[in-house]
Design a protein around this ligand. Structure first.
Ligand SMILES: Cc1ncc(COP(=O)(O)O)c(C=O)c1O
Length: 368
């Protein structure tokens, strides 16, 4: 068997005719920027997540920068963020003019609330929980820290559309949140894209200005802004893809169950929480991140078996990238995790037979 980590053509093949006709309709209408398909997309996302406001922007990273700036975070401020995240989370804080303070994750690979609490200083303005791999953090613990120190929460929910904690959707806990629409995401467009969510009308107004040159509805410039709008063509594609979002999430949860059945109880091999393990969490499995005592040898063997795996972020948490100025940051838990963790294939192109094959190969390796 040959199982790639991801099958990009699959994203188009599933809904080929509907997507083509949606794209043709947009181009026939000449409706490219800030048009009705975008408004429809934003309305649907707001309903799906339960957020009061949703705004389509050019990508998830811009969304985070816009959220931070709209929240008034900038020079002299610190924002607490886990090091086990895409560099974009920390980069957004940097480009908002503030300082990212990197902290440890815990055994579930999510930001460790105790580490976040210990990192609070008089300059801390916000916590940026990362809803990693399609799981939502323990938001009660993080909210308690935020309340204690009067901090904002700005959620990086890039990987977590549809994920919930205690019945509430990722992206609806803080003052604002971001979801990425990068092609490989659970809801992916055919290029870059992102969404901002907020329940706060003033944040929504400010973020709408920031994504469109600082212009109000009449076109007058009322503040400095960016050009960071989600293309109407992408929104039209996303409107088609949204029809399958629930099914996409359900299949990912099903695959997680199959992995759990096939890989449970192997010594030295750690699985992420299962979809039915904890009623407080509804995980959507953007990624399936496992740990192995013999990770590098296992990955080499899987490669020989035709199974492609990856380690997130090119194998390094943010503090390990030498050019970013974190050489004095010590995060031993995260360092150790990055000698052990990697991602198994997780996407809806996978067949049950392929998953059974992946499980069988991993079992065989660990038995040897
Ligand atoms: C955790 C996390 N944060 C932020 C981003 C940035 O999103 P985008 O690539 O849409 O800018 C990503 C995208 O991969 C991500 O995984």
């Amino acid at each position: 068997m040959s199982i790639p980590f991801f099958r990009y053509p699959h994203l188009f093949a599933q809904q080929r005719e509907e997507i083509l006709s949606a794209m043709t309709a947009v181009m026939d209408r000449g409706a490219f920027i800030l048009q009705s398909d975008l408004v429809e997309f934003e309305t649907t996302i707001a309903t799906f997540t339960g957020a009061r406001y949703a705004l389509g922007v050019a990508n998830g990273t811009d969304a985070l920068i816009i959220a931070l700036r709209a929240a008034g975070i900038g020079q002299g401020d610190e924002v607490i963020v886990p090091s086990h995240t895409y560099v974009a989370s920390a980069a957004s804080i940097h480009f908002a003019g503030a300082t990212p303070v990197l902290v440890e994750c815990g055994p579930d690979h999510m930001i460790d609330p105790e580490a976040a609490s210990a990192a609070v200083t008089s300059r801390t303005k916000a916590i940026m929980p990362v809803q990693l791999n399609g799981r939502t953090c323990d938001m009660d613990a993080l909210q308690a820290i935020a309340d204690r120190h009067d901090l904002l929460i700005i959620e990086d929910a890039a990987q977590a559309i549809g994920s919930k904690f205690k019945g509430r959707n990722a992206g609806t806990f803080g003052i604002a949140a971001e979801i990425s629409l990068y092609p490989a995401k659970i809801l992916g467009c055919f290029g870059d894209g992102g969404v901002l969510l907020t329940n706060d009308s003033e944040m929504s107004r400010k973020m709408a200005l920031l994504r469109d040159h600082g212009r109000d509805e009449t076109g007058l410039v009322v503040t400095w802004g960016l050009n960071s709008r989600l293309d109407n063509l992408q929104a039209a594609i996303l409107n088609v893809k949204l029809q399958q979002l629930d099914a996409e999430i359900e299949r990912r949860r099903q695959i997680a169950r199959l992995y759990r059945d096939g890989l449970g109880g192997i010594d030295g091999f750690v699985l992420p929480p299962g979809p039915d393990d904890d009623p407080d969490h509804f995980d959507v499995y953007q990624n399936y991140e496992v740990e192995s005592d013999r990770r590098d040898d296992l990955r080499t063997q899987l490669e020989k078996d035709g199974i492609r795996t990856i380690i997130q972020w090119a194998g390094r948490p943010v503090h390990q990238f030498e050019g970013l100025g974190f050489s004095s940051v010590r995060l031993p838990y995260t360092d150790r995790l990055f000698t052990r963790c990697f991602l198994l294939p997780m996407n809806t192109s996978l067949t049950d037979d392929e998953i059974a094959y992946i499980c069988e190969r991993i079992r065989k390796f660990h038995a040897g």
